[in-house]
Design a binder for this molecule. Structure first.
Ligand SMILES: Cc1cc2nc3c(=O)[nH]c(=O)nc-3n(C[C@H](O)[C@H](O)[C@H](O)COP(=O)(O)OP(=O)(O)OC[C@H]3O[C@@H](n4cnc5c(N)ncnc54)[C@H](O)[C@@H]3O)c2cc1C
Length: 405
C-alpha cells in the first residue's frame, strides 16, 4: 500500500524522520511542511555555526543521565538508536566527525552546512517533497486519516510525524488542541546568570576550573568550569545548574542566590593547614600578593577584599577571625542572581508534549495510532554538548521507522 506521510517541521528531527521513513518504505509518499522560508535553521546556527552533532557517550544508560527531562524515556529509545548509530549514519553518507577532549562531536569540516547539505541531498535522492512557507495550523483525525490544515487548505495523510521543535510559550502548541494532548508548560533551559552591578563582573573573562556551584535553599548543585562575564556568570557549571534547575528557577522568576566554592578540590581542613604553613614560610609577605592557592591573582585580590581582610595584612598577622571570614568566601561565596541571559551557543525548551502521551518504542501518540512525535516538541531536553541533537536523531529515527511500518 502506498501510504502518505506528513512531517510537520523542517528541522533536525523532521529531516531525520523523513529520511528514515522513506528509506524504510521507498513506496511511501513523504512530505515535509516547514512554516518558515528556511530549512534546518537551528542546525545552521548550532554550536556557534559548527553543529555539535552528538556526544561521545556510547552507553545508552549513561547517555540518558545527561537529560534533565525525559532521560528515563530516552533510556528505552537509545536501545534502538544511539550515539554509535548516529556516527555510523553520517559516516555512511561520507561525513567525517571529530571528537574533542570534552566529548563533544562536530563534523570534521567544523561547519554546520556540512550537515545541512547532507540532509538536503538525501531528501533529493530519496524523492522526499519539501514545502516551505507552509505552516500547519490544525490537525484532526477522521477515521483512519489525519487532516492537516496547511495554508488554508486541507490535506489528508495516513501518517503524521510532529517535529515542530521547542515552543517558548504553551500557546505555540494551540494548533494541536483538538487532539487533547497533555502539554507540559514550556520554560527555557540552558541560560547564564545575571548579577547586575555585582563587583565580580569586573573580573570578566576569568575562568575558574573547577568550581562548585550550589543554588541556596535547594539540592541543585554542579561542578565544572565557571566563566565570569560582564553580566554575571556562565560556563559549563552554570549551564548545568540552569538545565537541572530550569523549572524551579522559572518559578522563582530567576531571582535566587548561589553559593560558589572557588576551591572544590580543597577541604576546609586542608586550607587551614595551608594558611598555617603560609604564616611560617611567607610570614613577611603581604597576603594579597601571594596566596599559594590555584586562584588567579585578580580573583584572589577580589576575594581577600570581599572577605574584609585588610589588603596590607601580612601572612604572619593573619588571625583566626580573618581566617574564618576568608574560608567562608573561598568555600561558600554567596551571589545574588537577578535574571538570566540566553546562552547563544545552544538553548532549548524544557516542556512540550508530555511523554506520558507517547509510546517511546514507536514514538507514537498512544491514543492516536499513526500520529508520531519527535524532537524538542517533546518534554525532553538535554544539557549542552550535543545531547539535544542526539535526542532529535534518536526520536526522529524511531518515529520515521515506525510511521511506515
Ligand atoms: C543557538 C542554538 C544552538 C544550538 N546548538 C546545538 C548544538 O550544537 N548541539 C545540540 O545538540 N543542540 C543544539 N541546539 C539545540 C538543537 O538545535 C535543538 O534541540 C534541535 O534543533 C531540535 O530539533 P527539532 O527538529 O526538534 O526542532 P527545530 O530544529 O526547532 O525544528 C522545528 C521546525 O519546525 C518548524 N515549525 C514549527 N511549527 C510548525 C508548524 N506548525 N508547521 C510547520 N513547521 C513548523 C520550525 O520553523 C522549525 O524549522 C542549539 C539550539 C540553539 C537555539
Amino acid at each position: 500500500m502506498k501510504i502518505k506521510v506528513a512531517i510537520i517541521g523542517g528541522g533536525a528531527a523532521g529531516f531525520f524522520s523523513a529520511i528514515t521513513a522513506k528509506e524504510n518504505n521507498p513506496k511511501a509518499e513523504v512530505i515535509i511542511f516547514e512554516k518558515s522560508t528556511k530549512l534546518l535553521a537551528k542546525v545552521k546556527v548550532s554550536g556557534g555555526g559548527r553543529c555539535n552533532v552528538t556526544h561521545d557517550c556510547k552507553d545508552p544508560f549513561t547517555l540518558a543521565t545527561f537529560y534533565p527531562r525525559g532521560g528515563n524515556y530516552l533510556k528505552k529509545a537509545f536501545q534502538q538508536f544511539h550515539v554509535t548509530d548516529t556516527l555510523r549514519w553520517f559516516e555512511k553518507r561520507g561525513i567525517k566527525m571529530k571528537t574533542y577532549p570534552d566529548g563533544c562531536i562536530f563534523p570534521l569540516s567544523n561547519d554546520s552546512q556540512t550537515i545541512i547539505d547532507c540532509f538536503l541531498s538525501e531528501t533529493k535522492r530519496l524523492g522526499i517533497s519539501i514545502q516551505t512557507s507552509s505552516g500547519v495550523t490544525a490537525i484532526t483525525k477522521e477515521r483512519e486519516e489525519y487532516i492537516l490544515t496547511v495554508n488554508n487548505e486541507q490535506v489528508k495523510f495516513d501518517r503524521v510525524i510532529i517535529t515542530t521543535g521547542g515552543q517558548p510559550k504553551k500557546s505555540g502548541l494551540d494548533w494541536l488542541s483538538s487532539l487533547g494532548l497533555e502539554i507540559v508548560d514550556p520554560v527555557p533551559s540552558l541560560f547564564t546568570f545575571n548579577m547586575p552591578n555585582n563587583p565580580i563582573c569586573k573580573l570578566m573573562g576569568t575562568v575558574i576550573n573547577p568550581a562548585h556551584v550550589k543554588i541556596e535553599g535547594t539540592k541543585l548543585q554542579a561542578a565544572g568550569p565557571l566563566l565570569i562575564t560582564h553580566w554575571g556568570m556562565s560556563g559549563p557549571a552554570i549551564l548545568l545548574l540552569s538545565a537541572w534547575g530550569a523549572r524551579v528557577l522559572h518559578e522563582n522568576e530567576y531571582i535566587f542566590n548561589i553559593l560558589v566554592n572557588w576551591l572544590p578540590e580543597k577541604s576546609e581542613e586542608s586550607l587551614r593547614g595551608h594558611f598555617k604553613n603560609m604564616k611560617v614560610s611567607n610570614e613577611n609577605k603581604m597576603m594579597v600578593n601571594y596566596s599559594g592557592l590555584p586562584l588567579t591573582q585578580r580573583l584572589w585580590e577580589f576575594l581577600i577584599e570581599k572577605a574584609g581582610v585588610p589588603t596590607m595584612m601580612r601572612w604572619k598577622d593573619f588571625g583566626t577571625k580573618n581566617e574564618n571570614k576568608l574560608l567562608t568566601v573561598l568555600l561558600q561565596d554567596r551571589y545574588s542572581v537577578k535574571g538570566k541571559t540566553t546562552f547563544k551557543e545552544e538553548f532549548v525548551t524544557a516542556g512540550g508534549i508530555s511523554m506520558m502521551e507517547v509510546d517511546v518504542h514507536r514514538m507514537e501518540v498512544k491514543k492516536y495510532p499513526g500520529l508520531h512525535v519527535a524532537g524538542e516538541v517533546l518534554d525532553i531536553d538535554g544539557i549542552t554538548g550535543g545531547f539535544n541533537f542526539q535526542a532529535a536523531w534518536t526520536t526522529g529515527y524511531i518515529a520515521g521507522k515506525s510511521a511506515v511500518r
